[in-house]
Design a protein around this ligand. Structure first.
Ligand code: HEC
Length: 164
């Protein structure tokens, strides 16, 4: 169910990207420092590091910026299976800024990813977040693959109770 929604969002993004291509005025502009700084601020206050940066909460947010958002081996296990916070440093290199806006406004990820917070963000803020993460460059390796319900994760995990 989640995957088909993501696929729909990606298809939509393809459409958006195509539209952008047809209209040169809408093409991605070179990232400006002010927007990158805004993205830095937004990432810091909206909690992306809490899950997408290993050890961030345990070190009171002291993880050096060069290691931010490289994903985590910690599994989030619940009725949805086991999810792992993705490596956003690699992820943002794989998609365009316009694709990101489409995904962020339409995709529904599995818990505990707060996709509804992304839906609520303004396009300007989403572009700023993209520009900041993209400007950090690629780093780290891919997070472990999602496990469907019933598969036992290896490694550390947080287990959520079944809904009452
Ligand atoms: C409470 C933990 C948590 C927080 C906070 C969080 N995420 Fe996530 N995020 C996850 C998990 C877990 C996944 C994997 C979800 C899945 O498998 O469907 C994920 C997935 C994603 C994905 C999908 C990447 C892919 O590989 O498809 C994006 C994009 C993302 N998060 C961006 C963000 C951004 C931007 C923020 C900050 C605004 C953020 N996340 C905050 C836990 C979190």
């Amino acid at each position: 169910m989640y995957l088909s929604r993501i696929a729909a969002a990606v298809a939509l993004c393809g459409l958006l990207a195509h539209t952008a291509h047809a209209a040169p005025a809408d093409q991605a502009k070179p990232a400006d420092p002010e927007s990158i700084e805004r993205g830095h601020y937004l990432v810091k206050i909206t909690g992306c590091n809490d899950c997408h940066t290993a050890g961030y909460t345990q070190t009171d947010g002291q993880t050096p910026e060069k290691d931010w958002l490289t994903g985590d081996l910690l599994g989030w296990q619940g009725p949805w299976g086991t999810t792992y916070a993705s490596n956003l440093r690699l992820y943002m290199q794989e998609i365009t800024e316009d694709q990101w806006v489409g995904i962020a406004h339409n995709a529904r990820f599995r818990p505990p990813m707060p996709w509804y917070s992304l839906h609520a963000m303004s396009e300007t803020d989403l572009r700023a977040i993209y520009r900041f993460i993209h400007s950090l460059g690629p780093a780290g390796t891919l997070a472990p693959t999602y496990l469907p319900p019933g598969q036992v994760p290896q490694g550390p995990r947080v287990t959520f109770p079944e809904p009452q």
